[in-house]
Design a protein around this ligand. Structure first.
Ligand code: MCN
Ligand code: CUM
Length: 788
């Protein structure tokens, strides 16, 4: 008799398997773009603009060309000859690859130097002399909309102002009516500033064009290899580079966090140069270039209002956004959603009325919007609603935890339709918050706070009970540049019962090689250790839209389960044939089919797979492989209850995060250890914008903190001890009941921290502070209120 293994033994779902990929990472054997060295490879470096807005009068390359090793300097005029000086953004705006006459932000690419070594390329870069005629830039997005502001994009036919688009959701008239009749209306003006991810690995590529075979291999740091291949084909098809001639390979990635979704000019220039000279070209940006010029995140100015009753029932919310997109809208949102999933901003609360609108503007800053562990702008949405919920609680004089418990959507009310049209799949918000309150000992903390306040000491408790929306997305509403946002899995099982599984997503550190194998192990009974997982090569992986917006588990994870189930169905047929019984007489347990009532008569999955190659039923297709393209019926709605406790020093404004409890609900968990790791990392990227990170520009458009000397990325020193836990509310429509989790902590943490700090300062009449909340801001606010 074949003894069956347990789910734990085969590394199925719900077990903290150690990450398979870490064996190479911890030995320094990861293989990143910069590790790629090809024969004859050239190196590229980029000349960047010192001005935020200037006319290019002249580019003198003479001295640069004399630098030993420099073989070419490429300018916008050179690319213009091939119509490659502009490219589309993922939001269907247009972006310069290299400028022909005007630079639009400080650190913009101006020219590219190609040389035989990276040092020669850097020396060449220093020798390029660009003559500029500086102009007065538009930095403030409100000023950008004023009449008389210079029109930044005259390249756009008929454009007479800097307004990009207007968006709205919800019911304006009904919202106005509820607001006009409400007992209480609270209002705050908030800015969620521009920030930038700081992955350990910066962006880069090796473009390798093979003239003989008219074939491009593009090694690059991208979270979405297939989408990039399609974009390259669309842009370069006219010079003969059609999609089958392009192979995009995304090797190991040292952190993406959304910053590796966009198409940066450097990639395109490298391709163009490789195409023209027929040699591989490597471009790797340095740390400052990454921080100053790659896609930023956030930069939303929000006028936020909440209406409610005097006993604390939320009735309606109204949010008005001004979105600063820099000189082009290069955010990476699904086409129909220019503000991403911001319309989830009604939050976890049961009320039926909301209106939100956004206007986007051009300014002389780097392009982008979205990226930074953001779930397509859910960070901004959650910040707005969670700050306003606390603001409202403060106004009605109710405990913010109690106010939340009184307003939550109840677990029996799911699926729940939000005022902006989302169907929340499942949730149990009461359970999550009660668990967090219990973990932190909430009532005792409030008592302690009351004692401290009597002594004039500042202690604050902040809550954030957020609802996320991830898994973009159902094809009826979700596409990027027209490509529907399904995702895929292909499982191929070899005769000896070992498998390779390939995906359209791309891990940047999330542990997909482990967790996808666990899903397949659970469904198919093949041990996870015998399942190799491969992503990031467009020649081998099935088409998929990539990894961002915590979509891999909701889409490709589902595809893995569905493909495995197709194989299990086939296995059942083969087992019936081998055991000479009807399929209906068979029962499954992880790893084998056995005859009902006669468990000694069984076939393991390995025996079945072997038979599919050696002794398959006549008429049945041989082999053992399956592919599934999963088009999700809905998004998944993870949630969390976070509580932060801070002590604030009155004299200096110094803030100490004393405790931080995070209870997450991502449905059924594939790997608890990986989820915990995601939450730890995500929380650290939550404290970052809450207390430290912000890209600051002066009036001339100079970035004032473009290096790590001035842009403070939190390390272990700044991070508190994260206390994590979870509740499990499975997604009813996902094949394994899982929801995404990768961004929840970054989405949920900032308002918990901001709420805690504002709570600490509230005795002095402080109702709001914009993040990042620095000691100086705190000190200044206390000073203004006469507290010190
Ligand atoms: N997981 C699980 N059980 C669940 C949900 C998820 O075990 N119920 C596991 C998954 O199997 C996966 C990980 O948690 O290994 C994250 O899954 P998911 O939430 O589906 O998110 P993605 O895999 O799509 O990752 C994207 C998300 C995003 S958008 C950003 S930004 C971010 C993040 O992941 N960037 C990261 N986490 C990161 N972690 C690292 N180390 N590096 C990045 O660049
Ligand atoms: Cu918006 S950061 Mo993640 O979606 O790659």
């Amino acid at each position: 008799m074949n003894k069956c293994k347990t789910s734990r033994e085969i590394g199925g779902m719900g077990h903290s398997l150690k990450r398979k990929e870490d064996i190479r990472f911890i030995q320094g054997k990861g293989h990143y773009v910069d590790d790629i060295k090809l024969p004859g490879m050239l190196y590229m470096d980029i000349v960047r603009s010192p001005y935020a807005y200037a006319k290019i009068k002249n580019i003198n390359i003479e001295a640069a060309m004399k630098v030993p090793g420099v073989i070419a300097v490429v300018t916008g005029r050179d690319l213009e000859k091939y119509n490659l000086h502009w490219m589309p953004t993922l939001m269907s705006d247009t972006q310069m690859v290299l400028p022909t006459d005007t630079v639009m932000y400080q650190a913009q690419e101006v020219a590219a130097v190609i040389a035989t070594s990276k040092y020669a390329a850097r020396d060449g870069r220093e020798a390029v002399k660009v003559e500029y005629e500086p102009m007065k830039p538009v930095i403030d997005p409100y000023k950008s909309l004023e009449p008389g502001a210079p029109v930044l994009r005259p390249d756009k036919p008929g454009k007479t102002d800097n307004h990009i688009w207007h968006w709205e959701a919800g019911d304006k008239a009904k919202t106005e009516e509820v607001f006009s009749k409400a007992d209480i209306v609270v209002k705050e003006q908030m800015h969620i500033p521009r920030i930038h991810v700081a992955s350990i690995e910066t962006c880069g590529c090796v473009a390798d064009y093979d003239k003989i075979n008219n074939h491009l291999t593009m090694y690059m740091t991208t979270q979405a290899p297939h989408a990039i291949r399609t974009v390259i084909a669309l842009v370069a098809g006219h010079v003969g580079l059609t999609e089958e001639k392009i192979r995009v390979i995304s090797p190991d990635i040292g952190g993406g966090f959304g910053g590796k979704v966009p198409v940066y000019p450097g990639y395109v220039i490298a391709i163009a140069v490789s195409f023209l000279v027929g040699k591989p070209v490597k471009w790797i940006e340095d740390r400052s270039e990454n921080l100053q010029a790659d896609s930023f995140a956030r930069d939303y100015h929000i006028t936020a209002e909440m209406a409610g009753t005097k006993d604390g029932k939320i009735l309606a919310t109204r949010f008005k956004i001004l979105a600063d997109h820099g000189y082009t809208d290069a955010s990476a949102n699904p086409s129909k959603f220019p503000t991403g999933m911001f319309s989830i901003a009604t939050g976890s609360y049961d009320y039926g009325t909301a209106f939100m609108e956004a206007d986007a503007v051009y300014t002389n800053k780097p392009p982008g919007g979205v990226a930074y562990r953001c779930s397509f702008r859910v960070t901004e949405a959650v910040h707005a609603i969670e700050r306003m919920t606390d603001r409202f609680a403060m106004e009605v004089g109710k405990d913010p935890a109690q106010l939340r418990l009184d307003n939550f959507i109840k677990k029996e009310d799911f699926p729940w339709k939000s005022p902006t049209g989302w169907i929340y799949d499942s949730g149990d918000y009461h359970k999550g918050l009660l668990k967090a309150m219990d973990a932190v000992n909430y009532h005792q903390l409030r008592a302690e706070q009351a004692e401290k306040r009597k002594k004039g000491e500042l202690m604050g408790i902040g809550i954030s009970t957020f609802t996320e929306i991830v898994g973009a997305g159902p094809s009826k509403d979700f596409d990027i540049l027209g490509i529907k946002m399904f995702d895929s899995a292909e499982i191929r099982v070899h005769p000896t019962g070992k498998a390779i599984a390939r995906f359209g997503t791309k891990s940047q550190g999330q542990g997909h090689e482990t967790t996808y194998a666990q899903i397949i192990a659970e469904e198919l009974g093949i041990p996870a250790e015998n399942i190799a997982v491969e992503e990031g090569d467009t020649d081998t992986a099935p088409y998929g839209l990539g990894t961002y917006a915590s979509r891999s588990t909701p889409t490709a994870g589902a595809a893995a389960a569905m493909a495995a189930r197709k194989l299990r169905d086939k296995a059942r047929k083969i087992a019936a044939y081998l055991l000479e019984v009807s399929e209906d007489d068979l029962e499954w347990e992880p790893g084998k089919f056995f005859v009902k009532g006669a468990p000694e008569k069984s076939k393991t999955i390995q025996e079945i797979v072997f038979a599919s190659y050696t002794n398959h039923p006549q008429g049945m297709e041989a082999g053992f492989e399956a592919t599934h393209y999963y088009d999700p019926p809905n998004l998944t709605f993870p949630s969390g209850a976070y509580i932060c406790v801070v002590d604030v020093d009155k004299e200096t404004g110094a803030i100490k995060v004393r405790r931080f409890v995070a209870i997450d609900d991502c449905g059924n968990i594939i790997n608890p250890m990986i989820v915990q790791g995601q939450v730890h990392g995500g929380l650290t990227q939550g404290i970052a914008p809450a207390m430290y990170e912000e890209l600051i520009y002066d009036e001339a458009g100079n970035i004032l903190n473009g290096t790590f000397m001035d842009y403070l990325v939190p390390t272990a020193v700044e991070s508190p001890k994260w206390e994590t836990g979870h509740t499990v509310t499975p997604s009813p429509h996902h094949p394994i009941g899982a929801k995404g989790v990768g961004e929840s902590p970054t989405v949920g943490a900032p308002p918990a921290i901001a709420n805690a700090i504002v709570d600490a300062l509230s005795p002095y009449g402080i109702t709001h502070l914009d993040i990042p909340i620095t000691p100086f801001k705190v000190w200044k606010a206390l000073k203004e209120k006469g507290a010190i």
